[in-house]
Design a protein around this ligand. Sequence first.
Ligand code: GTP
Ligand code: MG
Length: 105
Amino acid sequence: MAEKAKSGPRCVALVGPYLSGKTTLMEQLLFTSGAINRRGSVREGNTVGDHSVEARARQMSTELSTTSTEYLGESWTILDCPGSIELAHEAQTAVLAADVAVVVA
Ligand SMILES: Nc1nc2c(ncn2[C@@H]2O[C@H](COP(=O)(O)OP(=O)(O)OP(=O)(O)O)[C@@H](O)[C@H]2O)c(=O)[nH]1
Ligand SMILES: [Mg+2]
């Protein structure tokens, strides 16, 4: 049987309302795909997505966060967008670059 051809790198934007779970979902995706070996939490302030001092202090995403991982031999870039309405421009920029957007609600 012919092997499935590998695709080029893919980019997914995680978008959705404030505190809907986007950063937590990205942490799980990174953990499940093996990019990190310990799953952090927003409350403990040790997620990959909310890495900035301000994000950790506020327990919310305060800027776009970019990570990458591999899954089934394919390369994925994940864009974790802040949900706060004041930061909507960050998500709008991300979806222009992404192949697909996942709406977390
Ligand atoms: N019970 C439960 N809590 C969750 C789940 N996902 C996230 N949370 C909690 O909800 C809160 C917000 O989660 P985040 O992952 O920061 O949500 P977010 O969409 O990234 O938030 P912003 O980037 O600030 O918009 C945190 O306290 C999480 O622990 C879930 O699936 N179940
Ligand atoms: Mg977030």
